[in-house]
Write a protein that binds this ligand. Structure first.
Ligand code: HEM
Length: 202
């Protein structure tokens, strides 16, 4: 039995809660804006726009907070990785998730104070927080100022191009969320990771 470890400080939990709620609001209103028509609206258009815009602004503020907090606290160490040997570590973890876990093998990278994330978690969190979130947030901010966008980007309308990037990123974020929540259920018990995100202790 491993000793309890305090891995999720209060700021991580509060940021994560706000981030998850805003992403949910953005996905629901984003889907409504995407699929509504004049005859049929899932959520009234003006209401969906307002909620989408406000949640987007809160998400941006939260994101800047996350960047600073990760830069200036020890939580940032969990997001650093060495490229050397990364592929084999990721494959080892993927093999565990695909086979080992069903044979009750020990996890290849058990959680410890210096290692909160396994290699697959680390690579997906780094990708989502440092590559993917800037994409979706910057394209969202750009759509706030459509007059400033160039008329054409790569031969198609500027607004249309940025909108495409925003929508594709939105779908990828939705898929990430489903996969992320599924993997969070693969803890000691199906709810243990969720409990950790509430009380901070692993
Ligand atoms: C309802 C939606 C969500 C739920 C229930 C959820 C649940 C969780 C849980 C239980 C953990 C802790 C286990 C772990 O470290 O893997 C976690 C960590 C994390 N989640 Fe989520 N999540 C949600 C949405 C999101 C979204 C939308 C993002 C990013 C855009 C995100 C990014 C992260 C990150 C970066 C961590 C690690 C935080 C740290 O300790 O530094 N989550 N999530």
């Amino acid at each position: 039995m491993t000793k309890p470890m305090y891995l999720y400080p209060l700021w991580v939990r509060l940021w994560h809660l706000a981030n998850a709620l805003m992403c949910l609001a953005l996905i629901i209103t984003g889907l409504s804006l995407q699929y509504s028509s004049i005859e049929y609206t899932m959520i009234p258009f003006n209401y969906a726009i307002s909620v989408h815009n406000i949640s987007g602004i809160i998400l941006c503020v939260g994101y800047v907070f996350f960047l600073f907090a990760n830069r200036f606290t020890s939580n940032g160490h969990y997001y650093q990785f060495h490229l050397k040997g990364m592929l084999s570590r990721v494959l080892k973890q993927a093999r565990y998730y695909s086979f080992g876990i069903f044979k009750h093998e020990q996890p290849p990278f058990p959680v410890k104070v210096g290692r909160k994330f396994n290699p697959l978690q680390k690579i997906s969190y780094v990708f989502v927080m440092y590559i993917f979130m800037p994409f979706i947030l910057i394209s969202g901010i750009a759509l706030f100022f459509p007059d400033l966008l160039p008329d054409k980007i790569f031969g198609i309308g500027g607004i249309h191009f940025i909108d495409l990037i925003h929508i594709i990123s939105g779908f990828i974020l939705s898929i990430f969320m489903v996969v992320h929540i599924y993997f969070c259920t693969i803890g000691k018990t199906p709810l243990s990771n969720f409990k950790s995100m509430v009380n901070g202790w692993h």
